[in-house]
Design a protein around this ligand. Structure first.
Ligand code: RB5
Length: 142
């Protein structure tokens, strides 16, 4: 189950991503924002982050203008590893190495075509379970 959220800057791209998730047969819940009216990205970043750490959702996807503000907010929640990705290599690496549980995208940075490929890569790449990566992730939490 995927938790998805955005601010006004990410609203249009979130619509495209949700259509794509539907086409993939993914189950997801939209935590807002639900219009293009100006709003505050930390509200949505934290809502999705708490949804993921609750255990009810496996992964999160967050979108704002750059992906930066909303990922900074999400990363304040203990247990969240939100990664801003603007390319598929980073999306794959952050799953393999960091076991990132939230993907953050910048709607003003990546076009919708690339964003959907990044989403696919993020969702389809498992964590490596490698001992050295587990050790490093443990150090993030301590
Ligand atoms: C909103 O204008 C913009 O600041 C926000 O979407 C995001 O880019 C912040 O990091």
């Amino acid at each position: 189950m995927i938790a998805i959220g955005c601010d006004h800057g990410g609203f249009q791209l979130k619509q495209e991503i949700m259509q794509h998730l539907e086409a993939r047969g993914e189950r997801f819940y939209d935590f807002g924002t639900y219009t293009e009216e100006s709003c505050d990205y930390p509200d949505y970043g934290k809502a999705v982050a708490h949804a993921v750490t609750s255990g009810e959702y496996d992964r999160g996807i967050l979108i704002c203008g750059t992906g930066i503000g909303i990922s900074i907010a999400a990363n304040k929640v203990q247990g969240i590893r939100a990664a801003v990705c603007g390319d598929c290599f980073s999306a794959e690496a952050t799953r393999l190495h960091n076991d990132a549980n939230i993907l953050a995208l910048g709607a003003r940075v990546v076009g919708p075509g690339l964003a959907l490929k990044i989403v696919d890569t993020f969702l389809d790449t498992p964590f490596s379970n490698d001992e050295r990566h587990l050790r490093r992730i443990g150090k993030i939490e301590s």
